[in-house]
Design a protein around this ligand. Structure first.
Ligand code: ADP
Length: 368
């Protein structure tokens, strides 16, 4: 009887032990669920965070051994920080002194998460146009699509296919409209439903973040999965975030979710750089008239109450949906439009908050 790829991978892992340990890594219980799809194998090894740097060579060796298993084309293996049984994934704010320092990504000056309390509020559309706005304002920008539930950045930026790699190890971001782009959608088949377990999420995220040739970037925008559950919390914890932007629609329910989003980032000590109200009011494509079909202005009010900056409001406009869904984002394809200017202004305000927060010299920002 022939062994499945997964069985062969497990058998291989049973021959490997962490340096300094007698026990193989499977028996030691540090291997996460192993995910196999179409020749791609992904899993993570949970190790004490203080040993992560030292164990990088071991991780590479495991990856090499897994790749040598017949039928395996690609192996994505990440080290994740060990979480004690029963421990909460996020440290409570009062444990400030014990929060481990997350290593930065070489060459990437700042990383900003774009998040939302729930799906469908226009988070990805905002992330893309915000990234393009920052780029139009003279910054070097990348976008990392970490939305495991529905990676839409490839479609929004008209990109597809597997990414190229350097020596089969480092992912090469794709590029369009001047943005460097990496998406979970380039790595998994959109049509194959996936069950993501916590460590898998972390493993894929870590690889896209740290084993990707981003080059020099002023800012990397991370399109987070919607919601405030464990997966989101873990992600917010794993990425060395400069800050987060929360996108919300004016409806009350969405606002409640936005509040949860703010609370989640505060829990992991990531500053919330601002709240964006999307689909804030309706601009009629025929007469240009404005109507407040939702209870507009809720996010501004909420931001004040929560003590986070209010970044701005984006109208509900057919043009946004049409351009996004066609992979022709408005900031790139119609830069003179009022909407593009709105996004650029949003980007400029966000960037002044970032530079104000970090007190670095502000880059040249042009607003027309
Ligand atoms: P999320 O990332 O929150 O799930 P998306 O960015 O995918 O949301 O947007 C959901 C849908 O709403 C898409 O069809 C998108 O084109 C549309 N959309 C987003 N923002 C706007 C807006 N301001 N006006 C009109 N349509 C929008």
């Amino acid at each position: 009887m022939s062994l499945s790829i997964k069985d062969q991978v497990v058998a291989t892992l049973r021959q490997l032990a962490l340096p300094g340990s007698q026990q193989d890594i499977v028996s030691a219980g540090i291997v996460s669920d192993i995910y196999v799809n179409d020749g791609r194998v992904m899993f993570s090894l949970s190790v004490p965070s203080e040993r992560a740097r030292e164990l990088e060579g071991f991780r590479a060796e495991v990856e090499r051994r897994v790749k040598a298993v017949p039928g395996v084309d690609k192996a994505m293996i990440a080290l994740t920080a060990e979480v004690k049984q029963g421990a909460k994934p996020a440290p409570a704010p009062q444990q400030r002194g014990t929060v481990p320092q997350k290593a930065g990504v070489p060459g990437v000056k700042s990383i900003i998460a774009v998040a939302s309390g729930k799906g469908g509020v226009g988070k990805s559309t905002t992330a893309v146009n915000l990234a393009l706005g920052l780029s139009a304002n003279g910054l070097k920008v990348g976008i990392l699509d970490a939305d495991i539930y529905g990676p839409s950045i490839p479609r929004l930026l008209k990109l597809s296919g597997n990414p190229e790699t350097i020596d089969g190890k480092i992912l090469v971001p794709k590029e369009n409209y001047g943005l460097k782009v990496m998406s979970i959608g380039f790595l998994v088949d959109e049509d194959v439903p996936m069950i993501w377990r916590g460590p898998m999420v972390v493993s894929a995220l870590t690889q896209m973040l740290r084993e990707c040739a981003w080059g020099d970037l002023d800012v990397l925008i991370v399109d987070m999965p919607p919601g405030t559950g464990d997966a989101q919390l873990t992600m917010a914890q794993q990425v060395p975030l400069t800050g987060a932007v929360i996108v919300s629609t004016p409806q009350d329910l969405a606002l409640i979710d936005a509040r949860r989003g703010v609370a989640m980032f505060q829990k992991v000590e990531v500053p919330v750089l601002g709240l964006v109200e999307n689909m804030s009011y309706f601009l009629c494509p025929h007469c240009g008239g404005r109507s407040d079909i939702f209870s507009h202005g809720g996010a501004r009010h909420d931001a004040e109450r929560l003590g986070v900056p209010f970044l701005g409001e984006i109208p509900l406009e057919l043009k946004i949906r049409e351009t996004s869904d066609a992979g022709l984002p408005i900031v790139a394809t119609d830069p003179e439009s009022a909407l593009a200017k709105t996004y650029r202004k949003l980007a400029a305000d966000l960037w002044s908050t970032v530079t104000g927060t970090t007190r670095r010299a502000a880059p040249r920002i042009v607003i027309d």
